[in-house]
Design a protein around this ligand. Structure first.
Ligand code: BV8
Length: 237
């Protein structure tokens, strides 16, 4: 294992699975129960805002009762102890990375514990349900608050910061993601283009497995702490 100067880590739902949160595409995943076109698109929200708000109110309750697992904690330790740059780019909308202590973190698909005002574009921390009677604390309008998440067909957040980090990294690690949703699924290609080493840590080979130079398959709570230990040992030697 080489010594790396700048590490970018892409995470997905598989990282939070062992904390008790459903993934999207596994057999009992979220998209097995809901049609993403109805609950995770601007068009679905226009057609039936009540259904969409309920879907995310349910998920927010589930997210409020879970704790970070050993994989989240190992990544926070890597950020704290690694001599080089470490940036986590997560597709997850849960707060588990922050709860584990990670600070250098981009929520490219938003955060379920925040509301976004569709009228004045301000964001607000959320502690209870969003309904069509909810009032925006900034502009005072009613029925304009939506979950601060990126729906299909919407541009993910902080794309410039993400691409800048990938173009400057020499190690790209992908953890707990199926590699089916873009632009996230295309990041490994960008990393390869700049000569970075690419590693997949996942329960099973993802759709993008052919783009990874190295891969270790198994539960995140086992493979991530072990891999972080190797990186820190190499950096210290
Ligand atoms: C956009 C937030 C453009 C909401 C989400 C190119 C080609 C084809 C299609 C497209 C393309 N470019 C764009 C598109 C369209 C679309 C897309 O990719 N569609 C797919 C379906 C083909 N992309 C978009 O619409 C994106 N926007 O392109 O905008 C644009 C440009 C300019 C101006 C305006 C717009 C936006 C996509 C974001 C959608 N929002 N989430 C919410 O959460 O409700 S996506 C959601 O699914 C996740 O955030 C994540 O990104 C994605 C995939 O989920 P994963 O996290 O990977 O989870 P999954 O269940 O799939 O896999 C879990 C993995 O973990 C598995 O591999 C499993 O083996 C593993 N695992 C399970 N348990 C464990 C484990 N691993 C380790 N340990 C375990 N214990």
């Amino acid at each position: 294992m080489s010594r790396y100067n700048s590490i970018v880590i892409l995470t997905g739902a598989g990282l939070s699975a062992e904390s008790g949160l459903h993934t999207f595409r596994d057999k009992d995943g979220i998209w097995a129960k809901y049609d993403y076109r109805e609950v995770a698109t601007p068009e679905g929200y226009k057609r039936n805002p009540k259904l969409v708000l309920q879907f995310y109110n349910e998920r927010r309750k589930q997210n409020a009762d879970v704790q970070p697992n050993a994989a989240h904690l190992a990544l926070a330790r890597l950020e704290a102890e690694y001599p080089g740059g470490v940036l986590i780019v997560t597709q997850n909308i849960d707060p588990l990375h922050e709860m584990a202590g990670s600070k250098k973190l981009v929520h490219m698909h938003g955060e379920i514990m925040k509301a976004l005002c569709a009228a004045c574009a301000t964001r607000h921390a959320l502690h209870d349900d969003i309904t069509l009677k909810s009032v925006c604390p900034s502009c005072g309008r009613t029925g304009v608050l939506r979950p601060d998440v990126v729906w299909f067909g919407e541009l993910p957040y902080e794309m410039e910061r993400i691409y800048r980090a990938i173009l400057g990294c020499d190690l790209f690690i992908s953890i707990g993601t199926s590699g089916t949703v873009y632009p996230a699924a295309g990041f490994v290609e960008e990393a390869l283009r700049v000569g970075a080493h690419t590693v997949e840590l996942n329960l099973e080979p993802s759709h993008g497995i052919s783009r990874f130079i190295d891969a270790i398959h198994g539960p995140a709570t086992e493979v991530v702490p072990a891999y972080v230990e190797r990186l820190l040992k190499r950096a210290r030697s």
